[in-house]
Design a protein around this ligand. Structure first.
Ligand SMILES: Nc1ncnc2c1ncn2[C@@H]1O[C@H](COP(=O)(O)OP(=O)(O)O)[C@@H](O)[C@H]1O
Ligand SMILES: [Mg+2]
Length: 253
């Protein structure tokens, strides 16, 4: 199953959710591949030390632009069952470059992913904070979407546009089978704003909202800075506990 973690808003915990979902599923014994499509390379910097330069031809760029096979850019990580595909800063021009391409510009990631899909139980795709062609490629390549929403004020603006884009991908038959696996409340705390936003999300999306919410928890950010996931960094933290329950919910859906 291919799961994309999407929201065109930045700072809503897409990368944090992608990494810990992928790592948690790998810890459960599933074979998992994490793909970073964000030109900002945040997930890539967690798995690969920022000082180590990643060649363009060893990144997702060459898959999307030069039709290199995905297998040529998959790396092992230090974690069992978890493979990784790095992004590259050059992908920041990919939306423009793809827009000029004549052939198959929305389905390039799908074409690459389909070739290796059978080798993995789960493929998790972290996405950029935009609804450009990179994200469209992820929508086309994916079976399911997880939409993290920060329970902060202004969190709900933009969700209309996100839903419209998903509907466009379904209706234009780019990927009619695409569906939302769940909406995930992140950065939850006991403030009035956080509880209000969570309530609004549950009113609006109903059962689609995961029962699990991810609390504000510093261990999640610390794990990134230590180039690892939260289960390895702080197994007993609130962040680890929440993502563990989320994974149970994801598996149950
Ligand atoms: N639940 C959380 N509690 C505290 N910090 C978090 C939490 N989730 C994410 N962060 C931190 O917030 C920042 C934004 O999260 P990130 O996953 O990078 O969002 P996005 O990928 O949507 O831009 C990062 O510095 C991350 O470490
Ligand atoms: Mg990110």
């Amino acid at each position: 199953m291919v799961i994309s973690v999407v929201n065109q808003k930045g700072g809503v915990a897409k990368t944090t959710t992608s990494i810990n979902l992928a790592a948690g599923l790998a810890l459960e014994g599933y074979k998992v591949l994490l793909i970073d499509t964000d030109p900002q390379c945040n997930a890539t910097q967690v798995f690969i030390h920022p000082e180590i330069e990643i060649g363009l031809d060893k990144s997702l760029y060459s898959v999307l632009m030069k039709f290199a096979p995905l297998t040529s850019v998959i790396r092992k990580t230090q974690f069992a069952n978890l493979g990784f595909v790095p992004s590259h800063i050059r992908l920041s021009s990919a939306d423009l470059e793809l827009a000029q391409a004549l052939d198959n510009r929305s389905a390039r990631l799908k074409r690459a992913v389909d070739e290796i899909k059978a080798q993995y139980d789960y493929i998790v795709i972290d996405n950029p904070p935009s609804l450009g062609l990179l994200t469209i490629n992820s929508f086309v390549a994916s079976d399911k979407l997880i939409i993290p929403v920060s329970t902060a004020y202004f969190a709900l603006t933009g969700l209309d546009q996100l839903q419209e884009t998903i509907a466009m991908v379904q209706q234009t038959r780019l990927n009619p089978d695409l569906s939302i696996l769940g909406v995930l409340c992140t950065f939850a705390d006991h403030t009035l704003v956080s509880r209000d936003v969570e309530k609004q999300l549950r009113n609006f999306f109903g059962e689609l909202v995961f029962k699990t919410t991810i609390p504000k928890n510093v261990a999640l950010e610390e794990a990134h800075s230590r180039h690892t996931h939260v289960f390895a960094h702080a197994r007993r933290s609130g962040g680890a506990a929440a993502y563990k329950v989320l994974i149970k919910e994801v598996l149950a859906r």
